[in-house]
Ligand binder design. Structure first.
Ligand SMILES: O=P(O)(O)OC[C@H]1O[C@H](O[C@H]2O[C@H](CO)[C@@H](O)[C@H](O)[C@H]2O)[C@H](O)[C@@H](O)[C@@H]1O
Ligand SMILES: O=c1ccn([C@@H]2O[C@H](COP(=O)(O)OP(=O)(O)O)[C@@H](O)[C@H]2O)c(=O)[nH]1
Length: 518
């Protein structure tokens, strides 16, 4: 295999890695529709999409990933669409690939284990094989598109082995990885199928980013326990023959823009309808994908406990709105939680409701960010009580959407990444139903001065770490000029055959780079 660096060593020592294009890789891609309208392939476009679009536009680049579609022909060419300086490059997946890679390994092994739900993990050999196969498939397609100075930023658990496969193809570019979900402690992480391959694969990046310092430290400890890594400073690690950075980069939102969205949304028709239907009753809001990690069942129990325990609740006929779009419905554990929550909502409303009062309004529709912003703003309490969550942007959005003169109160799980930053929320243990119910009661009757103080402190945090900061910090770590001088040293020889599995096919293969003639 020809080492890329030999072919593409920057001509001048002063040439910056940051001159290159940005290549973003993620399973979901917020690609504009053919007509040019902004959107996302199969998911709601939130602040993350906006931030990545902005970074891509600023330096030009590619957003690469799954099209959101299943196709009979898994060899259909990459669908490329260019808007200004950004090219969206999407690939369909076959039904089998999608089932093994996304529904299977990603969402029945990686997701539950990283969210500490070993009881829900369903590892399977075909799913593991499918996961690595699909990563290899995407890597080979991506390799044809990248140029030597490009900086590659891979997102999330779907694509952990991407850099390792790219390295095997001779790619010496700077490649960063950001994990949006938690990384568990070594005792739990060891339950991951293909654990050793996963650790090796993560070591093929130049920067490995996590949501919180706790996640980053867990990962560093995994390397130590696997006798794979040694510290080379606070954030530097050496493992499997490579030197790379392991750090926390807490994701955020554009709080000012979201606050403006919420102000404007007071006129949103849906928000007006909601407000009118409340007839002056206080509103509590929860917004989550229908996922067992979000603690929706425990939250509903806590709300019921609040209604039963608090004289204020019964008197004021508080209403809780739970906005819960269905998610990953083809995965059996998700189908189960969907049935369970629907049943639970019926039981609570049947028991506690009245002819003119439905305590819990439960909606499976996807709502626009604008409507959500308006709904957050009119809610006295925001309930964000996941059992485990990488960050939870809803917590941050709820805070940003509040009216400064009369803000609502955030009740936040200690197990959300956001709790590491939003200390002025009412922090709860979501497993403790009564305590969470009591926190809802406290939030509902909190005096204005305390609400303002808590809200102000949280807004300061959000202003200090905006989504643009997050993008800039990660990209600086990945390709900042300060790193440039020794970037060649960071570009290691490709991992040895066997490190990532099924290496035979790579041996002696003409590097894809040569054939595209950059
Ligand atoms: O793509 P889906 O399978 O439909 O799932 C939606 C996304 O869920 C996860 O979100 C995570 O990222 C958020 C932003 O960093 C974070 O706040 C949250 O805690 C995480 O759960 C998943 O990680 C994404 O890849 C999915 O697209
Ligand atoms: O009907 C909905 C429900 C949620 N969201 C958005 O989806 C994101 C959820 O992100 P979060 O980090 O809270 O959790 P995730 O679903 O990524 O695990 C937030 O930006 C929400 O505003 C949305 O646009 N419409």
């Amino acid at each position: 295999m020809v080492h890329l660096e030999l072919l593409y060593k920057p001509a001048g020592a002063s040439r910056s890695v940051s001159d290159g294009r940005l290549v973003v890789v993620s399973n979901r891609v917020a690609a504009p529709s053919a007509s040019g309208a902004s959107g996302a392939a199969g998911s709601g476009a939130g602040g993350l999409a906006v931030a990545l679009q902005a970074a891509l536009k600023a330096r030009g680049g590619i957003w690469f990933g799954w099209s959101g579609k299943v196709s009979q022909d898994s060899n259909a060419p990459v669908q490329e669409r260019t808007h200004g300086s950004v090219t969206y490059a999407l690939s369909d997946l076959s039904r089998r690939d999608l089932d093994e890679y996304y529904h299977g390994f990603a969402n029945r092994a990686l997701w539950p284990i990283c969210h500490y739900r070993l009881d829900l993990a369903k590892p399977s050999a075909p799913d593991s094989a499918g996961y690595f196969r699909v990563n290899e498939f995407f890597a080979r397609r991506l390799a044809r598109m990248i140029r030597p100075n490009d900086v590659i930023w891979v997102h999330d658990y779907h694509f952990i082995p991407m850099a390792a496969f790219l390295r095997q193809l001779g790619c010496a570019n700077r490649i960063g990885f950001f994990l949006h979900i938690p990384w568990p402690s070594p005792d739990v992480a060891r339950a991951l199928p293909a654990y050793d391959r996963i650790l090796r694969a993560m070591s093929a990046y130049d920067v490995v980013g996590f949501q919180t310092e706790g996640d980053a430290e867990n990962f560093r400890n995994c390397l130590v326990q696997a006798k794979a890594g040694r510290a080379g400073g606070d954030v530097w690690r050496e493992a499997y023959g490579r030197r790379f950075q392991v750090d926390a980069f807490p994701i955020s939102i554009d709080a000012e823009a979201f606050a403006e969205e919420a102000r404007v949304a007071e006129k949103n028709v849906l928000v007006k309808r909601m407000r009118a239907s409340l007839e002056g009753r206080p509103l509590i809001i929860g917004v989550d994908r229908l996922d067992y990690s979000k603690g929706i069942r425990q939250r509903i129990e806590a709300f019921a406990s609040f209604l039963e325990q608090s004289p204020l609740a019964a008197k004021s006929r508080v209403t809780m709105l739970q906005v819960t779009p269905k998610s990953r419905s083809e995965v059996p554990e998700y189908a189960k939680i969907q049935r369970e929550v629907a049943e639970q909502v019926g039981i609570v409303n049947g028991k506690l409701g009245d002819v003119d009062w439905t305590p819990l309004r439960y909606i499976n529709k996807v709502m626009s960010q604008s409507a959500l912003a308006g709904l957050y703003r009119i809610a006295r309490v925001g309930l964000v009580t996941p059992l485990r969550d990488g960050m939870n942007l809803v917590a941050k959005e709820y805070v940003a959407a509040q009216t400064p003169d009369d803000p609502g109160v955030l009740v936040l799980s200690q197990f959300a990444g956001a709790a590491q930053e939003l200390h002025s929320a009412l922090i709860v243990n979501p497993y403790d139903i009564e305590a969470t119910g009591a926190a809802i009661a406290r939030a509902s009757s909190m005096p204005l001065a305390e609400r303002k103080e808590r809200w102000g402190a949280m807004m300061d945090v959000l202003r200090a770490n905006s989504i643009d900061n997050w993008t800039a910090r990660f990209l600086q770590a990945l390709g900042g000029d300060a790193e440039l001088a020794d970037s060649a040293q960071h570009a290691p020889p490709p991992l040895a055959a066997g490190d990532i599995g099924e290496p035979e096919r790579w041996r002696g293969e003409t590097p894809v780079w040569k054939s595209v003639g950059h």
